[in-house]
Design a binder for this molecule. Structure first.
Ligand SMILES: Nc1ncnc2c1ncn2[C@@H]1O[C@H](COP(=O)(O)OP(=O)(O)OP(=O)(O)O)[C@@H](O)[C@H]1O
Ligand SMILES: [Mg+2]
Length: 248
């Protein structure tokens, strides 16, 4: 199962969700590969990636095989990124550029139960590569109205990918993140999100991820949330989310 975490809006917990999924699924005994498809490298950083000569961009440009770039870290297996990935639009050329990640993952796919792809806050060639390579998409979104504005644009991209490069792509659902349930506003937004999900022919996951300080501390100390603060709200919420995800 290949899952892409997508939202072109910045700071909505894509990377946090990718890392938590990776750690939580690994704890449950699954073999997981995390793919950092963002030049910012937040996922690579929070997993404690080692410096390396080759990264995702070299895999996408077919300079090296994915298997030679994957790092086996304490938090799990990672295909790390580097700032050069920002040049992907220029470096990938035209023919078949949407399929590069899918092709690159093919030889290693059999080694994993789950491959989780973290994507940049943009709807460019990298996001299209992720959408083409995956079976399912999770859309994290924050409880604010601007978070919702971009979702119809995101859906246009998803529809195009379904039409041209990945007909069986499934939107698994919208995940409400950084939720502060006490605010009346957040509650209203949750209702609006549910409606948005329906209109887009997907669902709002039952689990919402609450806002909590532990996640930032975990990221700074380069530990997973389950390792750093297993009793925190965030760890509990992500654990519930993984259960919900596995149960389908
Ligand atoms: N549940 C949470 N509680 C508190 N802070 C959170 C939570 N989830 C994420 N954050 C913080 O919010 C910020 C953005 O999160 P994250 O980097 O995961 O978003 P992103 O969507 O990957 O951003 P980008 O679009 O820049 O890649 C980070 O500083 C992260 O520590
Ligand atoms: Mg990110």
């Amino acid at each position: 199962m290949v899952i892409a975490i997508i939202n072109q809006k910045g700071g909505v917990s894509k990377t946090t969700t990718a890392a938590a999924l990776g750690a939580g699924l690994t704890l449950r005994g699954y073999k997981v590969l995390l793919v950092d498809l963002d030049a910012q490298g937040n996922l690579s950083y929070s997993l404690g990636a080692e410096e390396s000569n080759f990264t995702t961009i070299d895999v996408l440009t077919k300079k090296v095989k994915a298997a030679d770039v994957i790092q086996h870290l304490e938090q799990g297996d990672l295909l790390p990124t580097s700032p050069e990935l920002a040049l992907a639009d220029k470096l990938l050329g035209d023919t078949g550029k949407e399929y590069r990640l899918k092709e690159a993952l093919k030889p290693v796919k059999g080694n994993y139960d789950y491959i989780i792809i973290d994507t940049p806050p943009a709807l460019g060639v990298l996001t299209v590569n992720a959408l083409t390579a995956c079976n399912g998409v999770i859309i994290p979104a924050q409880a604010d109205v601007f978070s919702l504005q971009g979702i119809s644009q995101l859906y246009a991209t998803i529809s195009a990918v379904k039409q041209y490069t990945n007909p069986s792509l499934k939107v698994m659902g919208l995940l409400l993140t950084r939720f502060s349930g006490r605010a009346v506003l957040s509650k209203n937004i949750a209702g609006v999100m549910e409606q948005t999900a329906k209109e887009l022919d997907t669902k709002l996951f039952n689990t919402t991820i609450r806002e909590g300080i532990a996640i930032k501390e975990a990221q700074i100390s380069r530990q997973s949330i389950f390792e750093y603060a297993p009793k925190s709200n965030t760890a509990q919420d992500y654990s519930d989310f993984i259960d919900e995800l596995i149960q389908g």
